[in-house]
Design a protein around this ligand. Sequence first.
Ligand code: PEP
Ligand code: MN
Length: 336
Amino acid sequence: MIVVLKNNVDKKQVDSLIGWLKEEGVDTHLSIGKYQTILGLVGDTSNVDEDLLNGLDIVESVKRISEPFKNANRKFHPDDTVIEVAGRKIGGGNFQIIAGPCSVESEEQIIEVAKAVKASGAGFLRGGAFKPRTSPYAFQGLGIDGLKLLEEAKKETGMPIVTEIMDAAHLPYFENVDIIQVGARNTQNFELLKELGKIRKPILLKRGIAGTIQELLMSAEYIMAGGNEQVILCERGIRTYETYTRNTLDLSAVPVIKELSHLPVIVDPSHATGIAKMVRPMSLAATAAGADGLMIEVHNNPQKALCDGPQSITPAAFDELSKEIRTIHKVISNNP
Ligand code: PEP
Ligand code: MN
């Protein structure tokens, strides 16, 4: 349920309404927007008397929300959410590129790639330390040592870091990670999502391999229900009957999610296609579709990469691409 408040309402009256709803067992989310102030009601609202609310002086209108996601719903929070990390903003017209190797492999590799992608304009460095691999015999990532190497690359370049968590028990090791990624295989690991709801750090939540948009938003809801409102959604392709590409990039998810939710949406063209030469066209298309950013796998030696070499582009290709992305983004932001 959402309660649209009248313009210029008295803060004391709002506080007293919030207090009364709390006594009724209903949590609230206040969104003070440019044009409207909205009070979102979360939880079981079946006992809340709509007519009574409608009759209050400070209330303009009351609406029931049919979607099962509340905190993530744009009706709750009409303005775009802008997430700021180390002075870099994502969302609300702010565009960021996250780039780096699939996995952290060595100090030399991560620092070389970090320096290169920074010079080409990436705002964040990515690199997997805990890797979710289909085969238990494949390289599983360097684990805690990988996190340490990422921290070194951060120190060396000043770039904030993004890396995947697979187990909530590892959270203490993620203290210096700037954005924690939840991979496609864990999008519906609800216990992990609940733990991430307890922290106050941005979460990059990928769409599940066969997940619907609504399921993605419900997973975001798990994190937000715990009080962590900093969620960035990532379209990374879904499993379809097509086998030429690793996954099928659902670009229409970008405008759909933007309509349904206020959260920033980025696109990962690397996992979506699995093919390095497809990364450029899909990056440009995702930018044109209105994404708030991109996550691109870049490796200094893709042929020798321990993970996802075939979809990794070189620093030189990234440098070219990054300029083209900026050009497209400029056009889009001038004609939103
Ligand atoms: C990754 O980003 O390296 C990754 C494993 O992605 P996904 O979860 O989208 O497969
Ligand atoms: Mn990868």
